[in-house]
Design a protein around this ligand. Structure first.
Ligand SMILES: C[S@@+](CC[C@H](N)C(=O)[O-])C[C@H]1O[C@@H](n2cnc3c(N)ncnc32)[C@H](O)[C@@H]1O
Length: 292
Protein backbone atom coordinates (compact mmCIF):
# COMPACT_ATOMS: atom_id res chain seq x y z
CA UNK A 1 0.00 0.00 0.00
CA UNK A 2 1.25 3.39 -0.73
CA UNK A 3 4.04 5.12 0.72
CA UNK A 4 3.98 5.07 4.32
CA UNK A 5 7.30 5.04 5.65
CA UNK A 6 9.80 4.97 2.88
CA UNK A 7 11.11 2.44 5.32
CA UNK A 8 8.96 -0.47 4.28
CA UNK A 9 10.11 -0.31 0.65
CA UNK A 10 11.75 -3.47 -0.61
CA UNK A 11 15.45 -3.63 -1.35
CA UNK A 12 17.65 -6.41 -0.21
CA UNK A 13 19.92 -5.17 2.48
CA UNK A 14 22.47 -7.58 3.88
CA UNK A 15 23.38 -5.80 7.09
CA UNK A 16 20.79 -6.94 9.64
CA UNK A 17 21.23 -3.79 11.73
CA UNK A 18 20.52 -1.63 8.71
CA UNK A 19 17.57 -3.84 7.80
CA UNK A 20 16.00 -3.38 11.18
CA UNK A 21 16.51 0.34 11.03
CA UNK A 22 15.16 0.53 7.50
CA UNK A 23 12.23 -1.88 7.68
CA UNK A 24 10.32 -1.06 10.77
CA UNK A 25 8.72 1.80 12.52
CA UNK A 26 10.07 0.11 15.66
CA UNK A 27 8.80 1.40 18.93
CA UNK A 28 7.25 4.56 17.56
CA UNK A 29 3.65 4.00 18.62
CA UNK A 30 2.43 7.16 16.87
CA UNK A 31 3.02 5.62 13.43
CA UNK A 32 0.85 2.76 12.11
CA UNK A 33 2.80 -0.48 12.09
CA UNK A 34 2.19 -3.40 9.72
CA UNK A 35 2.20 -6.12 12.39
CA UNK A 36 0.03 -4.15 14.83
CA UNK A 37 -2.58 -3.13 12.22
CA UNK A 38 -2.86 -6.80 11.25
CA UNK A 39 -3.07 -7.79 14.93
CA UNK A 40 -5.99 -5.36 15.40
CA UNK A 41 -7.90 -6.85 12.44
CA UNK A 42 -7.29 -10.30 13.89
CA UNK A 43 -8.80 -9.26 17.22
CA UNK A 44 -5.48 -9.19 19.13
CA UNK A 45 -4.44 -6.84 21.92
CA UNK A 46 -1.11 -5.52 20.66
CA UNK A 47 -1.92 -2.20 18.98
CA UNK A 48 -1.99 1.52 19.66
CA UNK A 49 -4.37 4.35 18.66
CA UNK A 50 -2.44 5.08 15.44
CA UNK A 51 -2.70 1.43 14.39
CA UNK A 52 -6.42 1.27 15.21
CA UNK A 53 -7.13 4.53 13.38
CA UNK A 54 -5.48 3.21 10.21
CA UNK A 55 -7.08 -0.23 10.53
CA UNK A 56 -10.54 1.33 11.02
CA UNK A 57 -10.06 3.73 8.11
CA UNK A 58 -9.27 0.78 5.83
CA UNK A 59 -12.20 -1.22 7.22
CA UNK A 60 -14.40 1.77 6.37
CA UNK A 61 -13.21 1.56 2.75
CA UNK A 62 -13.47 -2.23 2.52
CA UNK A 63 -15.30 -3.90 5.45
CA UNK A 64 -14.45 -7.52 4.49
CA UNK A 65 -10.76 -6.85 5.32
CA UNK A 66 -11.21 -8.24 8.81
CA UNK A 67 -12.64 -11.48 7.40
CA UNK A 68 -9.75 -11.72 4.94
CA UNK A 69 -7.05 -11.60 7.60
CA UNK A 70 -8.88 -14.17 9.71
CA UNK A 71 -9.29 -16.43 6.69
CA UNK A 72 -5.57 -16.01 6.02
CA UNK A 73 -4.65 -17.08 9.54
CA UNK A 74 -6.99 -20.08 9.38
CA UNK A 75 -5.39 -21.08 6.06
CA UNK A 76 -1.86 -20.90 7.52
CA UNK A 77 -2.91 -23.10 10.45
CA UNK A 78 -4.66 -25.60 8.15
CA UNK A 79 -1.76 -25.74 5.71
CA UNK A 80 0.81 -26.22 8.50
CA UNK A 81 -1.20 -29.08 10.01
CA UNK A 82 -1.51 -30.69 6.57
CA UNK A 83 2.24 -30.33 5.91
CA UNK A 84 2.92 -31.89 9.32
CA UNK A 85 0.70 -34.81 8.31
CA UNK A 86 2.95 -35.20 5.24
CA UNK A 87 5.85 -35.67 7.70
CA UNK A 88 7.19 -32.09 7.81
CA UNK A 89 8.61 -31.50 11.28
CA UNK A 90 10.40 -28.16 10.83
CA UNK A 91 8.92 -24.82 9.72
CA UNK A 92 10.24 -21.35 8.91
CA UNK A 93 7.59 -18.69 9.48
CA UNK A 94 8.87 -15.75 7.42
CA UNK A 95 7.34 -12.41 8.41
CA UNK A 96 5.76 -14.18 11.36
CA UNK A 97 3.89 -11.19 12.79
CA UNK A 98 2.72 -10.78 16.38
CA UNK A 99 1.87 -14.05 18.14
CA UNK A 100 -1.58 -15.50 17.48
CA UNK A 101 -3.30 -18.63 18.63
CA UNK A 102 -2.74 -21.25 17.50
CA UNK A 103 0.84 -20.33 16.68
CA UNK A 104 2.59 -22.28 13.94
CA UNK A 105 4.46 -24.53 16.38
CA UNK A 106 1.21 -25.33 18.22
CA UNK A 107 -0.61 -26.23 15.00
CA UNK A 108 2.29 -28.42 13.83
CA UNK A 109 2.94 -30.03 17.21
CA UNK A 110 -0.68 -31.11 17.46
CA UNK A 111 0.32 -33.50 14.64
CA UNK A 112 4.07 -34.01 15.21
CA UNK A 113 5.00 -33.09 18.81
CA UNK A 114 8.74 -32.76 18.10
CA UNK A 115 8.27 -30.11 15.38
CA UNK A 116 10.82 -27.29 15.34
CA UNK A 117 9.92 -23.74 14.27
CA UNK A 118 11.90 -20.58 13.48
CA UNK A 119 9.85 -17.37 13.58
CA UNK A 120 11.56 -14.78 11.37
CA UNK A 121 10.76 -11.07 11.34
CA UNK A 122 12.46 -7.67 11.16
CA UNK A 123 10.21 -5.89 13.62
CA UNK A 124 11.83 -5.67 17.09
CA UNK A 125 8.42 -5.57 18.77
CA UNK A 126 7.34 -8.74 16.99
CA UNK A 127 10.63 -10.39 17.93
CA UNK A 128 10.34 -9.35 21.59
CA UNK A 129 6.82 -10.84 21.74
CA UNK A 130 7.93 -13.98 19.93
CA UNK A 131 10.86 -14.47 22.30
CA UNK A 132 8.69 -13.95 25.36
CA UNK A 133 5.63 -15.94 24.28
CA UNK A 134 6.67 -18.45 21.62
CA UNK A 135 10.35 -19.28 21.87
CA UNK A 136 10.04 -20.54 25.41
CA UNK A 137 10.85 -24.18 24.86
CA UNK A 138 13.14 -26.45 22.95
CA UNK A 139 12.99 -26.31 19.20
CA UNK A 140 11.31 -22.89 18.81
CA UNK A 141 13.29 -19.75 18.08
CA UNK A 142 12.69 -16.15 16.98
CA UNK A 143 15.20 -14.74 14.51
CA UNK A 144 15.83 -11.16 13.39
CA UNK A 145 16.34 -11.43 9.64
CA UNK A 146 15.10 -9.99 6.36
CA UNK A 147 13.02 -12.56 4.51
CA UNK A 148 14.05 -10.99 1.18
CA UNK A 149 17.47 -12.55 1.48
CA UNK A 150 16.90 -16.35 1.56
CA UNK A 151 20.60 -17.30 1.63
CA UNK A 152 21.29 -15.11 4.65
CA UNK A 153 18.12 -16.25 6.44
CA UNK A 154 18.97 -19.92 5.92
CA UNK A 155 22.57 -19.37 7.07
CA UNK A 156 21.51 -17.57 10.26
CA UNK A 157 23.12 -19.28 13.27
CA UNK A 158 20.11 -19.02 15.56
CA UNK A 159 17.85 -20.40 12.84
CA UNK A 160 20.27 -23.24 12.12
CA UNK A 161 20.08 -24.26 15.78
CA UNK A 162 16.54 -25.54 15.11
CA UNK A 163 16.22 -25.82 11.30
CA UNK A 164 18.25 -28.07 9.00
CA UNK A 165 17.73 -26.80 5.42
CA UNK A 166 19.09 -30.11 4.11
CA UNK A 167 15.90 -31.78 5.42
CA UNK A 168 12.38 -31.10 4.11
CA UNK A 169 10.81 -28.07 5.77
CA UNK A 170 7.66 -26.00 5.61
CA UNK A 171 8.47 -22.49 4.39
CA UNK A 172 5.66 -20.07 5.22
CA UNK A 173 5.30 -16.75 3.39
CA UNK A 174 1.93 -15.76 4.87
CA UNK A 175 0.56 -12.35 3.87
CA UNK A 176 3.99 -10.88 3.14
CA UNK A 177 4.65 -11.15 -0.61
CA UNK A 178 2.14 -8.35 -1.34
CA UNK A 179 4.61 -6.05 0.41
CA UNK A 180 7.18 -6.75 -2.31
CA UNK A 181 7.07 -5.86 -6.00
CA UNK A 182 6.32 -8.80 -8.30
CA UNK A 183 9.92 -9.40 -9.35
CA UNK A 184 11.27 -9.37 -5.80
CA UNK A 185 8.42 -11.57 -4.54
CA UNK A 186 9.09 -14.12 -7.29
CA UNK A 187 12.83 -14.09 -6.58
CA UNK A 188 12.21 -14.55 -2.86
CA UNK A 189 9.83 -17.51 -3.31
CA UNK A 190 12.08 -19.20 -5.85
CA UNK A 191 15.14 -18.48 -3.69
CA UNK A 192 13.73 -20.48 -0.79
CA UNK A 193 12.58 -23.24 -3.14
CA UNK A 194 16.08 -23.49 -4.60
CA UNK A 195 17.91 -23.47 -1.27
CA UNK A 196 15.65 -25.74 0.78
CA UNK A 197 15.62 -29.56 0.55
CA UNK A 198 13.45 -31.33 -2.05
CA UNK A 199 10.07 -32.45 -0.65
CA UNK A 200 9.83 -29.24 1.35
CA UNK A 201 6.57 -27.28 1.06
CA UNK A 202 6.09 -23.58 0.37
CA UNK A 203 2.95 -22.18 2.02
CA UNK A 204 2.08 -18.82 0.45
CA UNK A 205 -0.82 -16.39 0.81
CA UNK A 206 -1.22 -13.01 -0.87
CA UNK A 207 -4.02 -10.42 -0.57
CA UNK A 208 -5.50 -8.92 -3.72
CA UNK A 209 -8.50 -6.89 -4.80
CA UNK A 210 -10.20 -7.45 -8.17
CA UNK A 211 -11.48 -3.88 -8.18
CA UNK A 212 -8.33 -2.05 -9.24
CA UNK A 213 -9.70 1.37 -8.26
CA UNK A 214 -10.61 0.11 -4.81
CA UNK A 215 -7.21 -1.59 -4.57
CA UNK A 216 -5.54 1.69 -5.41
CA UNK A 217 -7.53 3.51 -2.76
CA UNK A 218 -6.69 0.93 -0.12
CA UNK A 219 -3.02 1.08 -1.09
CA UNK A 220 -3.02 4.87 -0.84
CA UNK A 221 -4.61 4.88 2.60
CA UNK A 222 -2.42 2.10 4.03
CA UNK A 223 0.63 3.88 5.36
CA UNK A 224 2.23 1.10 7.40
CA UNK A 225 3.94 -0.32 4.30
CA UNK A 226 3.71 -0.41 0.51
CA UNK A 227 1.00 -2.85 -0.58
CA UNK A 228 1.10 -4.21 -4.14
CA UNK A 229 -2.20 -5.40 -5.64
CA UNK A 230 -0.65 -8.29 -7.57
CA UNK A 231 -2.76 -9.76 -10.38
CA UNK A 232 -3.81 -13.41 -9.87
CA UNK A 233 -1.42 -14.63 -12.58
CA UNK A 234 1.49 -12.89 -10.83
CA UNK A 235 0.53 -14.59 -7.56
CA UNK A 236 0.39 -17.92 -9.41
CA UNK A 237 3.92 -17.26 -10.71
CA UNK A 238 5.26 -17.30 -7.14
CA UNK A 239 4.75 -21.08 -7.34
CA UNK A 240 6.58 -21.54 -10.66
CA UNK A 241 8.52 -24.79 -10.83
CA UNK A 242 6.74 -26.23 -7.79
CA UNK A 243 4.12 -28.96 -7.57
CA UNK A 244 0.91 -27.41 -6.25
CA UNK A 245 -1.06 -29.49 -3.77
CA UNK A 246 -4.85 -29.95 -3.80
CA UNK A 247 -6.77 -27.16 -5.53
CA UNK A 248 -3.72 -25.12 -6.58
CA UNK A 249 -3.83 -21.37 -6.00
CA UNK A 250 -7.24 -20.68 -4.52
CA UNK A 251 -9.13 -18.55 -2.00
CA UNK A 252 -7.45 -19.06 1.40
CA UNK A 253 -10.84 -19.68 2.96
CA UNK A 254 -11.54 -22.59 0.60
CA UNK A 255 -8.11 -24.26 0.55
CA UNK A 256 -8.45 -27.92 1.42
CA UNK A 257 -5.91 -30.52 0.33
CA UNK A 258 -8.55 -32.90 -1.04
CA UNK A 259 -10.09 -30.36 -3.43
CA UNK A 260 -8.93 -30.51 -7.03
CA UNK A 261 -10.12 -27.13 -8.37
CA UNK A 262 -9.67 -23.55 -7.10
CA UNK A 263 -12.77 -21.91 -5.62
CA UNK A 264 -13.08 -18.12 -5.36
CA UNK A 265 -15.51 -16.19 -3.19
CA UNK A 266 -17.95 -13.70 -4.69
CA UNK A 267 -16.33 -10.52 -3.51
CA UNK A 268 -13.62 -8.18 -4.76
CA UNK A 269 -11.10 -8.88 -2.00
CA UNK A 270 -9.29 -12.20 -1.87
CA UNK A 271 -6.48 -13.87 -0.08
CA UNK A 272 -5.08 -16.14 -2.78
CA UNK A 273 -3.22 -19.06 -1.26
CA UNK A 274 -1.50 -22.28 -2.13
CA UNK A 275 0.77 -25.01 -0.85
CA UNK A 276 3.38 -26.49 -3.16
CA UNK A 277 6.04 -29.17 -2.94
CA UNK A 278 9.63 -28.47 -3.89
CA UNK A 279 10.49 -30.97 -6.56
CA UNK A 280 14.00 -32.46 -6.79
CA UNK A 281 15.91 -30.78 -9.67
CA UNK A 282 16.40 -33.99 -11.68
CA UNK A 283 12.67 -34.75 -11.46
CA UNK A 284 11.86 -31.16 -12.45
CA UNK A 285 14.14 -31.49 -15.50
CA UNK A 286 12.49 -34.78 -16.53
CA UNK A 287 8.98 -33.36 -16.21
CA UNK A 288 9.83 -30.08 -17.92
CA UNK A 289 9.23 -27.95 -14.81
CA UNK A 290 11.33 -24.87 -15.03
CA UNK A 291 11.92 -24.01 -11.36
CA UNK A 292 13.82 -20.93 -10.37
C1 LIG B 1 0.78 -8.98 7.88
S1 LIG B 1 1.98 -9.62 8.99
C2 LIG B 1 1.82 -11.34 8.52
C3 LIG B 1 1.74 -12.27 9.70
C4 LIG B 1 1.72 -13.75 9.40
N1 LIG B 1 2.72 -14.14 8.43
C5 LIG B 1 0.36 -14.25 8.94
O1 LIG B 1 0.23 -14.70 7.79
O2 LIG B 1 -0.57 -14.25 9.75
C6 LIG B 1 3.51 -9.19 8.15
C7 LIG B 1 4.76 -9.38 9.00
O3 LIG B 1 5.88 -9.42 8.11
C8 LIG B 1 6.96 -8.72 8.70
N2 LIG B 1 7.87 -8.31 7.61
C9 LIG B 1 7.62 -7.40 6.63
N3 LIG B 1 8.66 -7.31 5.80
C10 LIG B 1 9.60 -8.19 6.26
C11 LIG B 1 10.90 -8.57 5.83
N4 LIG B 1 11.44 -8.03 4.74
N5 LIG B 1 11.57 -9.52 6.52
C12 LIG B 1 11.02 -10.08 7.62
N6 LIG B 1 9.79 -9.75 8.09
C13 LIG B 1 9.09 -8.84 7.42
C14 LIG B 1 6.31 -7.56 9.43
O4 LIG B 1 7.14 -7.03 10.44
C15 LIG B 1 5.04 -8.24 9.97
O5 LIG B 1 5.28 -8.74 11.25
Amino acid sequence: MAAATATARPAVVRDTGAVLAAMTSGLDTTVPNMARVYNYWLGGKDHFPADRAEADLLLGIYPPLRDLVRENRAFVTRAVAWAARQGISQFLDLGAGLPTSPAVHQAARAVLPATRVAYVDTDPVVLAHARALLATGDGVTAVAADLRDPATVLANKELRAVIDPAQPAGVILGAVLHFLDAGTARTVASGYARLIAPDSYLIISVARNDDEMLGKRLAQQYTAATWHNHPAEVIESFFDGLELAGPGVTEAQTWQPWLTEPRLCRRDGHVLAGVARVVAPDHAARTGMTGA
